[in-house]
Design a protein around this ligand. Structure first.
Ligand SMILES: NC(=O)c1ccc[n+]([C@@H]2O[C@H](COP(=O)([O-])OP(=O)(O)OC[C@H]3O[C@@H](n4cnc5c(N)ncnc54)[C@H](O)[C@@H]3O)[C@@H](O)[C@H]2O)c1
Length: 258
């Protein structure tokens, strides 16, 4: 497929860029001419992303990577600082890093709850906070990863759903706070997408789960979306095509939550 050159001369950071939706976003944005730094804690996945993205690069696009945990303040700050020093600016931040775990709520330790919220919500907050001074200069934008669980709640995923509800609210709060200062903040809310996270979850359910509680999530013709079908929406939101979209939490689920 041939893409447009919407991200030529744009400097972009994608967290969670080693896998799934984040990896697909890196590949798409580099194919549209962006210079994209993929951040992730998974070094092996980052190497794969660089290979795939640079093979598909067009319009001068380039993929770079750095191993970083999104919950580590100093690592995040330094990674962003070095990228801006090297590239001169930051135009877009895409926060896709996240984890998914399921458990009966009565069996969920406070530590496990807090770890999930720390990565999914805390990591998103931290990267937004560190990126905003640069985005204010470039009049850039942010795309965060919420989930349909933010609105519908997924059984046995209370911590995950709560973290994604937090990401949706964080997105809307930031969009309002920066409304008059030229920075747009949006989120995607995917349903089930075929990524390593979802493949791992298939084996990750605890004993005694009532799977009929997920019946509303599937459609007869297609169970899961493709990461590329989410990356195309991320690209729209992050580009000038999304110029009048701000504070949106955009559902991408093929209509499965109707
Ligand atoms: N796949 C889905 O069905 C789906 C649905 C709704 C929302 N989402 C969200 O979209 C995002 C991407 O999901 P995915 O399915 O591509 O998952 P994935 O597991 O394939 O990719 C997530 C990436 O985040 C990285 N990551 C996790 N914790 C990190 C940390 N502390 N620091 C740095 N990197 C870290 C992982 O190493 C991994 O590379 C996640 O936020 C997820 O919650 C996914």
């Amino acid at each position: 497929m041939t893409f447009a050159a919407r991200f030529q001369n744009k400097k972009i950071i994608v967290t969670g860029g080693a896998s799934g939706i984040g990896q697909a976003a890196v590949i798409r944005l580099v194919a549209e001419g962006g210079t994209v730094l993929a951040l992730d804690r998974n070094a092996e996945g980052l190497a794969q992303t660089l290979e795939l993205a640079n093979a598909a690069a067009d319009y001068g696009g380039l993929a770079l990577s750095k191993q970083v945990s999104v919950t580590h303040e100093q690592e995040v700050r330094e990674a962003l600082h070095h990228f801006v020093q090297e590239q001169g600016q930051l135009d877009v931040l895409i926060n896709m890093a996240g984890i998914l775990r399921s458990s009966h709520t009565t069996d969920t330790s406070f530590d496990a709850f807090m770890e999930l919220v720390q990565i999914n919500l805390g990591g998103t907050f931290l990267c937004c906070r560190e990126a905003l001074p640069y985005l204010l200069q470039s009049k850039g934008n942010i795309v965060n990863a919420a989930s349909t669980s933010a609105f519908f709640g997924h059984a046995y995923m209370a911590a995950y759903s709560a973290s994604k509800g937090g990401v949706a609210a964080l997105t809307q709060a930031l969009s309002r706070e920066y409304l008059n200062r030229g920075v747009r903040v949006n989120a995607i809310a995917p349903g089930g997408i075929g990524t390593p996270m979802v493949a791992a979850q298939a084996h990750g359910f605890p004993e005694g789960v009532d799977f009929s509680l997920y019946a509303h999530l599937s459609r007869p013709d297609r169970q899961l979306g493709e990461p590329q079908e989410v990356a195309s929406v991320i690209a729209m939101l992050a580009s000038e095509d999304g110029a009048f979209v701000n504070g949106a939490v955009l559902r991408i689920d093929g209509g499965t939550h109707g």
